[in-house]
Every structure is written in structure tokens, then in C-alpha cells.
Ligand binder design. Structure first.
Ligand code: SF4
Length: 456
């Protein structure tokens, strides 16, 4: 049979499928770099005053993890979907490798709870702030290394060469799945070709999906790790291009998606980026201290906890008291609640404007805020990059303008998605009213960054 000429993007998918051995080697190289950067700095003294990113392993690891790695991974989701997960992620590689030799148990019911991506993301983000994960190697080892150890244990217990951890429990899997909806490419199954080809026919007869994605009817980029192993299965699955955000417009969403976007990404994560610069933290702390001192209760004002519970580095003059910790949690929690309500209320009204069934419509409309949610976490994390580089003498005078440009582009994209999503539920004046009201959420989403980058 003559070989069928595939479109260029589909050929990339095929190439990935045919080079799994090379990808496997690459994954182990990433595992080695990851372990080195995560563990190595814990055997060294904390960086001194003369230390720089280029001459100190601890600062270098900090810069790589929080300055390049994480913002880069988030950005890659918007362009390539979850290619990072399938090709580079060290946790994915480890959990899958262990699962090949593990006990192979079935995935338990508790693990399938749909709220895990939200709960795990919130808990990891808050705990990271409590222990200053961006600043010190010990907390980075506990947070990132703890997640890796959990991934290995889950791999040892469940699945047979699968990525059960990634599918159900990884703290960033939910976020990655949402951001991947914006990507301009995805693996999709052509159902006509699927039905016309027997399972053991076609150019790929041995597809096994490590993150347990159902291949029949494959369409969404959310759960797919873009590994390419199913490319060509039943001559039906191909890597295809699509309009950026097409999955947002056409897709559906659940209450967990809305919670992860509004409360998780735009609430808790925003609070985590904001609290240390905000006057709210100081004001609240002083007010609480006043109350406590007047009541003669001194232990929260003076008491500290071990470094793995709350930041405690007396040598660096960096110690959080219990009162600091409580004030920080209150500010993050307050921002999360305020953002959820302020972002959700206009969208709820917009959803109601189109008539009955507003609840499901609300979740669909919330997806339109994904570009702003992504811009927020990328800018928040890249603030670490900027701080580290400025501490090393780089002036980076263009950064404020670049930040404004990113926010403006994200706001524009969110408005466009709002218009497109509203068009799925209403037409004419009603659609216009939905967008006008929903646009208030776009304005609300910009406010924290206005405060952080321009006011404080
Ligand atoms: S559906 Fe599964 S096998 Fe196919 S590309 Fe995505 S992760 Fe890989």
C-alpha cells in the first residue's frame, strides 16, 4: 500500500511516536538535571553576599527552577499543549517507569475525585509560601521532592506503565490541563477513519496512553500529554492544528474548572504573589499584634516553628513568627475569596442574561478568563526571574512595558473568548449584554497586577 502523505503537524506527531527511545533518554537526562539542582544545593551553605546566579549553585538552581523552568513550562502549555508533561517532565517519567515494574493495582475510587487538582494546587501554593519555597533549597526539596516521591509511590502501587499520578493527583495537572485548552494544536481522532480501520490495522497498532486518556473520540488537549504514542492509531489519530482557544469556545467546563481558575489561579496564586508587597499584610499584622499584646498573649507574636512548617532562617534575618504566618494566610485567603466573588459575580450575571441553565453556562464563561489567569501566573513567577537578575546587576528597564503588553494582550484575548463563548449561548443584543457585563471580570482580573506593578 502506498504511504499516505501526512500534513506537516501530523508528521511531527509521527516523528515523536517513532523516536520514543530517544525521548525516553531525554527524560532520564532531565531527571538527572532535576535531581542535581534539587538536592545539590542542600549540601551547600546558603549563598553569601558576593554570590551570583552564575557562580553559586543554590542561586543558579533557584533561577532555573522559579525563573526559567516554571514560567517556561506554563508558557509552553499555551503553545504546545502539555508537551512538557509527555516529553520532559521528570515526575511523569519516574512514575511511569516505576509503574512498569510496580504492583499494578487498579486506580482506587478516592483517587478519581475530581476535586484533587484544585485541592492539591491550593495546598501546594499555600504551603510553598509558608516555607518560602522560592528562596531556600530545603523547602524546594520538600515541596518539589515531596511531590516526586509521591509520584514514585503512586507509580509503584497503581497502573501498568501508566501515569496515574499525573492523571489524578499531580498538583499542577489541573492547571496544565486548563492552559492546554488554549493551545493551537492537539491530538484528535477522526471517527470515520477510526470506524473504518480495525484495531490491529493501520500504521500504529500498539498505542498505549500513559496518562489513561480515552483514545476513541480523542479531541481535548486537557488530559493529553502530547507524547505522540497514539499518532496513527487506527489511521485515525493525528496531531492537528486548530484556532488558539478553540477548545474553550467549543468545550464544556465543570465547577472544579471554575474553582481552579477563579479561586486557585486568580485567587490563591495571586494572593501568594501579592501578600509580601501589600500594605494589607503589615496593617493586619500590626492590628493583630496590638490585640494580642493588650490581651497579654505573647506566644503568637514571638513564637516560631521549624523551617519546614514556617520560614525560620535567623542567620539570614528571615524568620516568620506564628503571627506572620497567620497574617499571611489571612491575606492570601482574603484575596482568594475577594477575587472569586469579584470575578465570578459579573460572569454569573452574564450567564443569567442568556436564560435558564445559567450554572453550566457560567462555567463555560469562566473559561474565557484563562488567558488572564495564565498571564497572571506567568508574570507572578517571572517576577522571581526579574528580582534575581536585578539583584545581579541587570537593570531590565523594559520590564514594566513588557508586563503591560502581556496583560493587554491577555485581556484582549479574554474579551475575544468571552464574545465567542457568549455567541454559543445567545445572539444579538443579549450576546452584547453578556459580553459587556462579563467584561467587568476582565477589568477585575487586571487590578491585582496594577497594584503589584504600579501602585506598591
Ligand atoms: S492521547 Fe495519550 S498516547 Fe496520545 S498523545 Fe496524548 S498522552 Fe500520548
Amino acid at each position: 500500500m502506498a504511504a499516505v502523505a501526512l500534513p506537516r503537524l501530523a508528521r511531527v506527531g509521527e516523528w515523536l511516536r517513532l523516536h520514543q527511545r530517544a525521548i525516553w533518554r531525554l527524560q532520564w537526562a532531565v531527571v538527572a538535571i532535576y535531581v542535581g539542582l534539587l538536592v545539590g544545593p542542600n549540601f551547600l551553605p546558603l549563598p553569601g553576599r558576593a554570590a551570583h546566579v552564575w557562580n553559586d549553585l543554590t542561586l543558579f538552581a533557584q533561577f532555573v527552577f522559579w525563573g526559567l523552568w516554571w514560567p517556561g513550562v506554563l508558557l509552553s502549555m499555551l503553545v504546545f499543549g502539555r508537551l512538557w508533561c509527555g516529553i520532559f517532565c521528570p515526575e511523569g517519567a519516574l512514575t511511569e517507569a516505576v509503574s512498569r515494574k510496580g504492583l499494578g493495582r487498579a486506580v482506587p475510587r478516592w483517587m478519581r475525585w475530581q476535586g484533587w487538582p484544585f485541592a492539591a494546587f491550593v495546598m501546594t501554593t499555600v504551603y510553598g509560601q509558608m516555607v518560602s519555597v522560592y528562596q531556600y533549597p530545603g523547602p524546594a526539596l520538600v515541596v518539589l521532592g515531596g511531590s516526586t516521591v509521591a509520584a514514585v509511590i503512586v507509580g509503584a502501587l497503581y497502573g501498568r506503565g501508566h501515569r496515574v499520578w499525573c492523571r489524578y493527583l499531580c498538583p499542577v495537572s489541573g492547571v496544565f490541563g486548563l492552559l492546554a485548552k488554549l493551545a493551537p494544536m492537539h491530538y484528535a481522532a477522526d471517527m470515520r477513519a477510526w470506524e473504518a480501520t480495525a484495531p490491529k490495522a493501520g500504521r500504529n497498532v500498539a498505542a498505549q496512553c500513559a496518562p489513561l486518556v480515552k483514545l476513541k473520540g480523542l479531541d481535548s488537549a486537557s488530559p493529553c500529554h502530547m507524547c505522540g504514542r497514539c499518532a496513527g492509531f487506527r489511521n485515525a489519530i493525528e496531531l492537528k492544528g486548530r484556532a488558539p482557544g478553540a477548545e474553550v469556545v467549543a468545550g464544556k467546563a465543570t465547577v472544579w474548572d471554575s474553582l481552579l481558575i477563579l479561586t486557585g489561579l486568580m485567587g490563591v496564586a495571586t494572593g501568594a504573589f501579592l501578600w509580601s508587597s501589600s500594605p494589607w499584610f503589615i496593617d493586619l499584622k500590626l492590628w493583630l499584634a496590638d490585640l494580642l499584646v493588650n490581651a497579654g498573649v505573647m506566644w503568637p507574636v514571638e513564637g516560631t516553628l521549624p523551617w519546614w512548617m514556617l520560614t525560620d532562617y535567623p542567620d539570614r534575618n528571615d524568620v516568620m513568627t506564628v503571627l506572620d504566618g497567620v497574617s499571611m494566610l489571612a491575606v492570601i485567603g482574603g484575596v482568594a475569596v475577594a477575587m472569586t466573588l469579584a470575578l465570578g459575580a459579573p460572569l454569573a450575571v452574564a450567564a443569567r442574561l442568556a436564560g435558564r441553565g445559567a450554572w453550566a453556562r457560567l462555567h463555560h464563561l469562566v473559561l474565557a478568563l484563562l488567558p488572564l489567569a495564565a498571564a497572571g501566573v506567568i508574570l507572578g513567577l517571572s517576577a522571581q526571574t526579574v528580582s534575581l537578575l536585578r539583584a545581579d546587576g541587570f537593570r531590565l528597564l523594559w520590564v514594566p512595558e513588557a508586563r503591560m503588553a502581556v496583560l493587554a494582550a491577555a485581556a484582549g484575548w479574554s474579551l475575544l473568548l468571552l464574545w465567542q463563548v457568549a455567541g454559543r449561548h445567545a445572539a444579538g443584543l443579549r450576546r452584547g449584554a453578556m459580553v459587556a457585563v462579563g467584561a467587568l471580570s476582565v477589568a477585575v482580573a487586571l487590578e491585582p497586577w496594577h497594584l503589584l506593578f504600579q501602585v506598591w
